[in-house]
Design a protein around this ligand. Structure first.
Ligand SMILES: [Zn+2]
Length: 218
C-alpha cells in the first residue's frame, strides 16, 4: 500500500482528522518562503504543495521595457575554451540603434561597422532568480557580490555589482533586486552581470545555462 493509499484510508476512517490536516498545512507553510502561515490551503499553498521541493526558476535580469531579453554572451568554462576559469555566465542585452552610444559592452562589443553590440541601461538591477535567503552580500575583488540560498541545495551568485541592495540573512522572493549591475574592477569587460550556480554547502559551480534553460522571465 502506498503512503497516499494509506492516508486516504486514515481519512476515510476518521483517524486523520481535519484539524490534523490543518496542522500539516501550517507546518508546510512555515517551511516555505512567501506563504502566510494561517492553515488555509488556498491557491498559493496548493500550488506550493504540488510543486513540492522543486523551486520556480527565473532569469536574474528582468526584460527591458521594450521586451528585450538578456542573453548569454560569454559561457561557462566547460563550453568556453578561451576562459578556463570562467565559473559562470555573462549576460547582456542587445544594443539597438535607439540606445545611447555609451561604453557598456564587453570586449566583443563593437561590431565591424563601429556600432555597439551589447548594452545595459543605466541603473539595471540583478534580481533573485528564485525565492531564498541571502547567504552572502559583500564587496570582493571583482565588485559587489550576492549569493542566495534557495533551500533546495542550490545557490545562485550575482557578481560585479556597483551597489548592494540586500544584506546577509534577508529573505528574498524571486524578482527581489539584489545588486545594481556594475563593472568588474579587475577586468576590462565593462558593466555586466556575471551569474553563477553552485551547491550551497561547497563551492562547485555548475553551468548556469541549465538553470536559465528552465527559467522564466519576471
Ligand atoms: Zn563572467
Amino acid at each position: 500500500m502506498s503512503a497516499e493509499e494509506f492516508n486516504r484510508k486514515q481519512i476515510a476512517e476518521g483517524k486523520l482528522t481535519d484539524s490534523m490536516i490543518t496542522k500539516l498545512v501550517e507546518a508546510w507553510q512555515r517551511g516555505q518562503l512567501g506563504l502566510t502561515v494561517d492553515g488555509y490551503a488556498g491557491e498559493n499553498t496548493l500550488s506550493s504543495l504540488s510543486r513540492g521541493s522543486e523551486i520556480e526558476k527565473f532569469w536574474p535580469l528582468a526584460c527591458l521595457e521594450d521586451g528585450r531579453k538578456p542573453q548569454i554572451t560569454s559561457g561557462f568554462y566547460t563550453e568556453n575554451p578561451s576562459r578556463s576559469t570562467h565559473h559562470g555566465v555573462d549576460l547582456f542585452f542587445k544594443w539597438l540603434d535607439s540606445d545611447p552610444d555609451v561604453p557598456t559592452g564587453d570586449g566583443g562589443a563593437i561590431k565591424k561597422n563601429g556600432k555597439r553590440r551589447w548594452w545595459y541601461p543605466p541603473g539595471t538591477v540583478a534580481i533573485a532568480a528564485a525565492d531564498g535567503v541571502v547567504q552572502a552580500s559583500d564587496d570582493t575583488g571583482t565588485g559587489h557580490r550576492v549569493w542566495v540560498d534557495h533551500g533546495n541545495g542550490e545557490r545562485t551568485g550575482y557578481f560585479h555589482g556597483s551597489k548592494l541592495l540586500v544584506a546577509k540573512g534577508d529573505v528574498v522572493l524571486a524578482g527581489t533586486p539584489l545588486i545594481v549591475v556594475g563593472d568588474n574592477p579587475k577586468g576590462h569587460d565593462a558593466k555586466h552581470l556575471h551569474f553563477e550556480v553552485s551547491p550551497v554547502d561547497k563551492y562547485a559551480p555548475k553551468n548556469p545555462r541549465t538553470w536559465l534553460t528552465g527559467a522564466s522571465f519576471r
